[in-house]
Design a protein. Structure first.
Length: 569
């Protein structure tokens, strides 16, 4: 076996190299011992070199950073707050990151290593950000408006919004003073977009537009007439300028006289207990989209707007009417007018006419006030009377409760859900006990829901002595059982108080009552389906007050007890 012999000239360098390696190894071991449990050299947290610092020291440094005050400037105002109010830092997690950062080679040759702290938004940040956001400015869109035939444009203005994410980022960089950053908010509609829309609107109303039908001139649309149909609508990133064809058709329709044929709705004709549908008929009319298109083209390109007539569909077609399933009588209810003036009878008949022919779709809620509308002299109502407290006072539209009571009892007997019903203050003997209903415009309403699988047609008939409403539809075999309970909680008349602001100042006069007692009564109703199963069961409670005398006070004199104010006469 041959041995390896090192030439003399290489022995010295090798010894030196082995010595250096040994020295480095010893130095590394020493550094490992020295940096055991502390951050390695060159490790930085929040801008601070934490090399050689222990876990506790790093946590303390992070806590100090969190509690350090910062100044946030917004224009000429400054806010001095703790950094921790905005930025939340997990000191323990950050220290753990720092202790594990860097490599063993850093013990020999330090290299800068930046450790990202475990940061987040503080729970209280929204309070500070809300205060800073007071300097936000909303962007203002440019607008285009038409005043007669004049187009007016208002200029747009950019807004600004606090950039909260960027602000928190600046604070995370260890800054102690920052200018609150705001981002620019662009307006939804720019000046250029508004100007373009204004130009389109001006072109529409620049000159009259000739209208033709089958080559026959039908007059001109003036710029003012066209302007009434111009619609200027801002959308996501533009302004839409269009013509309302329905408005133009309404202006032009009288010029087409004999050529326009109105569409006829399907009608329900009652004969005995049965209902038949009279078929609908289509019409011939101006089509709104075609009118708008023709007028817009003529305004832009010149020439006449050539109008064509097309078929117009009725609102209620034969198919729709048949689909409602209105075939036979469901229920009918009649109430007696009782002592009534000619004005009251007139009002009852007028309201019955408003309701007559009403169709209640499946699932629809019937509202008395919505269908009948306000009871005003302008709409043909005369002066009747109304009950306020225990007083019977003159009122436009008296007799409304006769109508509501009759309708309520129809819905009651049909087994429909009653959503809203209020009894009169005083018991009126010509109404069924506990089954009356009062309504007022802006006050109590009568509401019930059609929960049947088909539509309901409401028909009215009347004389000067009676009012009848009849519901027609398709029978589902419902059965309604009701019971009127005993009159309870009788109350004796006392003295009511009222204030009449139109009476003589400091005056007091007493309006006598009839002395009738007040009482409570409950009517129960159970509705069964065709198979005999209970659909609903409910109680209708009524409380009638005694017909007491009322002391009416003029302005300047206060009643000694609770009072109500009379409406102005």
């Amino acid at each position: 076996m041959r041995s390896l012999t090192v030439p003399p000239k290489f022995k010295t360098p090798l010894l030196i190299a082995f010595g250096l390696v040994a020295a480095l190894a010893i130095a590394s071991i020493v550094r490992l011992v020295q940096y055991d449990g502390v951050a390695k050299p060159g490790v930085h947290v929040l801008g601070v070199d934490v090399g050689g610092k222990s876990r506790a020291q790093i946590i303390s440094l992070v806590d100090d950073w969190d509690a350090h005050p910062v100044t946030i400037s917004v224009g000429r105002r400054s806010y001095h707050v703790q950094r921790g109010w905005l930025v939340s830092v997990d000191a323990a997690a950050t220290a753990k990151r720092a202790l594990s950062a860097g490599s063993t080679f850093a013990l020999i040759s330090a290299k800068r290593v930046v450790v990202e702290p475990a940061l987040g938004r503080a729970t209280s940040a929204n309070n500070v950000l809300k205060a800073l956001a007071e300097d936000n400015r909303k962007a203002v869109s440019a607008t285009v408006r038409l005043h007669g035939t004049h187009v007016a444009v208002t200029q747009a203005h950019s807004g600004r919004r606090l950039d909260s994410d960027r602000l928190l980022s600046l604070l995370e960089r260890n800054k102690t003073a920052v200018e609150a950053p705001f981002s620019v908010v662009k307006p939804q509609v720019t000046n250029a977009e508004a100007a373009a829309a204004a130009a389109r609107a001006e072109a529409l109303v620049a000159k009259p537009v000739e209208v033709d039908y089958l080559g026959i001139p039908r007059g001109k649309l003036t710029p003012k007439q066209i302007a009434r149909a111009v619609r200027i609508t801002p959308n996501a990133h533009d302004v839409d300028v269009s013509l309302a064809g329905a408005d133009l058709a309404r202006i032009l329709r009288p010029r087409f006289g004999k050529w326009v044929v109105r569409a006829q709705n399907a009608r329900f004709v009652v004969k005995g207990k049965r209902v038949r549908v009279v078929p609908s008929r289509p019409g011939l009319d101006l089509a709104a989209p075609q009118v708008a298109s023709a007028v817009a083209a003529a305004a832009a390109e010149g020439g006449a707007a050539e109008i064509t007539l097309g078929p117009s569909a009725p609102d209620l077609t034969t198919a729709k009417a048949n689909a409602l399933g209105i075939k036979t009588k469901l229920v009918s209810y009649t109430t007696e007018m009782g002592p009534s003036s000619s004005n009251r009878i007139h009002n009852v008949h007028l309201m019955a006419n408003f309701i007559n022919g009403t169709i209640i779709q499946p699932g629809e809620v019937f509202s008395f006030n919505r269908v009948v509308g306000p009871r005003t002299a302008k709409r043909g109502f005369l002066e009747g009377s109304e009950i306020i407290g225990s007083l019977v006072l003159p009122s436009i539209g008296g007799g409304v409760c006769q109508t509501a009571t009759t309708l309520f009892n129809d819905a009651f007997e049909a087994g429909l859900p009653i959503l809203e019903r209020t009894n009169h203050n005083l018991y009126l003997s010509h109404y069924p006990l506990g089954r009356d209903a009062t309504v007022a415009w802006g006050g109590p309403d009568l509401k019930f829901k059609n929960d049947l699988q088909h539509g309901i047609l409401v028909k009215a008939s009347y004389t000067d002595a009676t009012l009848t409403f009849t519901f027609y539809g398709t029978s589902q075999g419902r059965r309604v059982v009701s019971h009127t309970g005993p009159q309870t909680h009788w109350t004796r008349p006392g003295l009511n108080y009222a204030v009449d602001l139109s009476a003589r100042p400091n005056s007091v006069h007493v309006v006598p009552g009839s002395g009738e007692l007040g009482f409570d009564v409950t009517v129960t109703r159970t509705v069964y389906n065709k198979a005999g199963k209970v659909i609903r069961h409910g109680a209708f409670k009524s409380r009638y007050i005694p017909d007491s005398s009322t002391a009416v006070y003029g302005p300047g004199k206060k009643p000694p007890g609770p009072y109500f104010v009379l409406p102005p006469t």
